[in-house]
Design a protein around this ligand. Structure first.
Ligand SMILES: [Zn+2]
Ligand SMILES: [Zn+2]
Ligand SMILES: [Zn+2]
Length: 255
């Protein structure tokens, strides 16, 4: 199994259009960016995309992915679903998995697209492409539903937090304990506070609470310093970062 961070940015991405802060200027000058949030999970020849970012076309071209076999949506915000049309026109038979509430909310925007809707419930695992996948609830007000996703394969456990504040339900904490890789949202450094997102210290405290073996911060805003500076202080992810779970039962990180 491989997990690739297709996009590690927040909703405007970095650089932000029209912003000339130090981070956005550094991104322009050195040619790096944080595209919008999306995670690719590969198992054998199968590709699962968690959230279909507005940058999905570029992300699929950059990773050379020809086909998406399944989509999971965490919640109904624009930066997490609106790139669905980027492959809908070339590939119409992909199944999309999420809770009934999230389907209902996204369908309001996607009524012109008749996608294959699969309803799943939180805490009820499904088997897909030799992986066990479980949705769990997080807390992203004012939304009624926002989810994280747990993926288990070959004894390894990967958890993607989804957009959430620090107030994750206890039932979800129990669901995601002892994860090998925790991909967790942190919109900004510890000096910022948000009602619906976590900052870096909240994300890291959640990682400690669930006893995560390796932590990667994602959904990062331009509030963080430029990547080369931020990475010295925080375990920030970067676009196209890949984690592989090999036969030797070790978590390897490459490129
Ligand atoms: Zn978001
Ligand atoms: Zn900026
Ligand atoms: Zn959101």
């Amino acid at each position: 199994m491989k997990v690739i961070l297709l996009g590690t940015g927040d909703s405007p991405g970095t650089p932000v259009v029209g912003c000339h802060c130090k981070t956005c200027e550094d991104a322009r000058k050195h040619g790096w960016e944080r595209r919008r949030f999306s995670v690719l999970v590969q198992n054998g020849s199968k590709n699962i995309v968690i959230d279909t970012s507005p940058d999905l076309r570029t992300q699929l071209l950059l990773t050379g992915i020809d086909r998406v076999d399944a989509v999971f949506w965490t919640h109904c915000h624009y930066d997490h679903f609106s790139g669905f049309g980027d492959f809908y026109r070339v590939q119409r038979d992909v199944k999309v998995y999420t809770s009934p509430e999230v389907h209902e909310d996204i369908e309001k925007y996607m009524e012109f697209m008749k996608y294959k809707k699969i309803e799943i419930e939180s805490y009820e695992p499904i088997e897909l492409f030799d992986m066990k996948i479980t949705l769990f609830d997080v807390n992203h007000p004012p939304l009624r539903k926002s989810h994280g996703i747990k993926i288990e394969n070959d004894g390894f456990r990967v958890v993607v937090s989804g957009d959430t504040n620090r107030d994750v339900p206890q039932k979800s904490i129990s669901e995601i304990e002892n994860t090998d890789l925790f991909i967790v949202e942190a919109l900004a450094p510890e000096t910022y506070r948000f009602r619906k997102h976590m900052n870096s210290s909240e994300a890291l405290s959640l990682a400690r609470q669930i006893n995560a073996r390796k932590v990667v911060l994602t959904h990062l805003g331009h509030f963080f310093p430029p990547h080369t500076v931020a990475v010295k202080k925080y375990p920030v992810g970067r676009d196209l970062q890949c984690f592989s779970f090999g036969q030797d039962a070790e978590l390897n990180e490459f490129f």
